[in-house]
Design a protein around this ligand. Structure first.
Ligand code: AMP
Ligand code: ZN
Length: 112
């Protein structure tokens, strides 16, 4: 069985699990986090399943760059281009879904 078979975010990308879409193109899908930690909290996932950002960076650095570009576009619209970009990597760092996702936090001034 492939990693992606039981993957929540593969289900969201496929549309079998509902989500609030913010942006999509042929490489990525972006949707609202169900438990927002900022006024605007969006998750960006590549359509292709990688378990974490290290695997993505190693196998497809251009796709990682595209995720950053997508985050910038979301923040340009939501908050004059300012944003926090987080990739929790590993269970002990808070990663709970093992399909790489960028947390984009924006829409308000944030503490340090
Ligand atoms: P992480 O802890 O870095 O793996 O992030 C997983 C994120 O996914 C958390 O911020 C959750 O709130 C979010 N999340 C979990 N299930 C859903 C869902 N069905 N729709 C949107 N966001 C979700
Ligand atoms: Zn997946």
């Amino acid at each position: 069985m492939a990693d992606s078979d039981e993957c929540l975010f593969c289900g969201i990308i496929a549309g079998t699990i509902p989500s609030e879409r913010v942006y999509e193109d042929d490489m990525v899908y972006a949707f609202k986090d169900i438990n927002p930690k900022a006024k605007v909290h969006v998750l960006i996932v590549p359509r292709k399943h990688y378990r974490d950002v290290a695997a993505l960076a190693k196998n497809d650095p251009a796709l990682l760059a595209h995720i950053v570009e997508t985050a910038q576009g979301i923040a340009d619209k939501a908050f004059h281009g300012a944003y926090r970009l987080i990739f929790n990597t590993g269970r002990d760092a808070g990663q709970s879904v093992f399909h790489v996702h960028a947390h984009v936090l924006t829409g308000e001034t944030m503490d340090e």
